[in-house]
Design a binder for this molecule. Structure first.
Ligand code: TXA
Ligand code: MG
Length: 321
């Protein structure tokens, strides 16, 4: 494939993107969480092309993005809890896994052979407009090479996927910066499959306690392994730093002496830290840096999802998908 075009997400550009998707092509689209790599979820070859472009193992299923709750009801068995959560958080950074309706023409590869389908209605106006114009569900994983840091701006998508996809719609940086929270509703007991942009507590206010990822055996296949990884090593809970390390700081008091320092949030704002996380990890991932030292982030609110991503980024690479 030739070089990938990056264009501002104007009305005309979104119409062109919809056309490309209907014809079976691949388009990177902004969402409020991270950029997604979209294809028509009903075309098996297009879905297969997503896996090829990312180098993603085919046992790792994709999230289906919908333009309306009606579309979600059509594709899945959308129970009472799903209705309540959708009413509270859609459009927004929440994905639900539900039993898929087998009569619906979603490509089998989307759910990697699982009887469930992960489904979400994104809030970003460009993603919504694109979905509305396509009039079909879009399968979209994060727009990065499999196992690498997710993309929160068009430039990151280009770094990872140039030449692999048809078009990138550029709408600047993603406001949330972390992927959606995934809640599994396949069984009686609802499970938290991935922490993310919506806090567990907010969800529990609506449908009661969630089984946590440590209690539930992990059921989001993409969550088992090293992920979100820069090419250099990551060291967590750093209180000091070497001069051949890069420092990912948090809060007003950071140690001096790193080769390179960026601060996720000087005033300890976790939403700001989440929005900066992936861009800063990419920025610090430079040749000549021995490791990225990460200061402690409090395990509260969005800090839980931030720490989840950082632990996976620091995990041994042999396990990386
Ligand atoms: O915010 C987001 O969710 C972004 C934007 C683009 O929407 N998407 C995203 O997709 O993060 P991806 O593919 O990077 O992560 C999807 C996760 C993977 O861990 C995958 O294993 C899990 O969702 N997943 C997908 N379908 C599933 C299913 N049927 N059951 C359990 N887990 C599923
Ligand atoms: Mg991903």
């Amino acid at each position: 494939m030739t070089r990938t075009r990056v264009i501002d997400a104007t009305e005309d550009a979104i119409a062109e993107a919809a056309q490309i998707l209907r014809q079976g092509g691949l388009v990177a689209m902004p969402t409020e969480t991270v950029y997604g790599l979209a294809a028509d979820a009903t075309q098996p070859l297009s879905v297969a092309a997503i896996f090829a472009a990312k180098g993603r193992p085919t046992f790792n299923p994709l999230i289906v993005h919908v333009s309306s709750i009606e579309m979600a009801r059509r594709l899945t068995v959308f129970d009472q809890r799903a209705e309540q959560l959708a009413a509270a958080f859609w459009p927004g950074p929440l994905t639900l896994t539900l039993p898929r309706r087998l009569e619906e023409p979603i490509a089998d590869l989307v759910s990697a052979g699982l009887p469930s389908l992960a489904i979400r209605m994104p809030a970003h106006p460009v993603a919504r407009h694109l979905l509305a114009l396509c009039e079909r569900p879009l399968a979209a994983p994060s727009a990065n090479i499999s196992g690498h840091i997710s993309s929160t701006c068009a430039e990151h998508v280009l770094q990872d996927l140039d030449g692999q996809i048809d078009l990138i719609l550029d709408a600047g940086s993603c406001a949330v910066g972390l992927e959606s929270t995934i809640v599994g509703l396949g069984d009686l007991q609802a499970k938290l499959l991935r922490s993310g942009g919506i806090e567990q507590k907010q969800i529990e206010k609506i449908i009661g306690p969630l089984m946590s990822p440590t209690d539930a055996k992990v059921e989001a296949p993409g969550m088992l392994t090293s992920h979100y990884a820069p090419s250099c090593k990551l060291r967590l809970n750093a209180v000091n730093v070497d001069n051949n390390e890069a420092l990912l700081a948090f809060g007003p008091n950071s140690p001096k002496g790193a080769a390179l320092t960026v601060n996720l949030s000087h005033n300890c704002n976790l939403a700001e830290a989440a929005a900066n996380l992936f861009a800063y990890l990419r920025q610090l991932d430079q040749p000549g840096i021995k490791s990225i030292a990460v200061m402690p982030i409090p395990e509260i609110g969005l800090g839980i999802a931030i720490n989840d991503r950082l632990r996976r980024a620091a995990a041994p690479r042999a396990e990386r998908l």
